[in-house]
Write a protein that binds this ligand. Sequence first.
Ligand SMILES: [Zn+2]
Ligand SMILES: [Zn+2]
Length: 136
Amino acid sequence: MTDTPLDEAEELLRALSARLTDPAEGECLLCYVHRMLEHGCHGLRWALRYRDLRAPRATALERRLQQRGAFCDCEVFLNAYQLQEEHLVLGALLDVGGFPVGEVLEYPHPMPPCRGVRAGSTRPCALWRRQHLCRW
Ligand SMILES: [Zn+2]
Ligand SMILES: [Zn+2]
């Protein structure tokens, strides 16, 4: 069977979207997952994609994240890790009607550039810190 132009177009689109969702050179797991969340959260899809592409030997990553309360990509930032406070910016706290009622620390847009990690690592770069929600 020969390739039709449609096959070629689909192949091109696939290659293009793969490149758009690839981790950047030296980019850490958390900066990557945070960046990809703009495409939506579907389980630990982005974390596992990073693992598969960058750190295939990190077979315990999924379990490690789940132990920290992250059962999907957005929960990584709700339960497991957060941006170091020095990088947070002051934003307006809005009430349900959209009126500012105070100020709140939030993530900057755009995010600071990843500080980088060595190849094969699933560790976060220096922008992130562990959340400690449970103190026994
Ligand atoms: Zn989620
Ligand atoms: Zn990073």
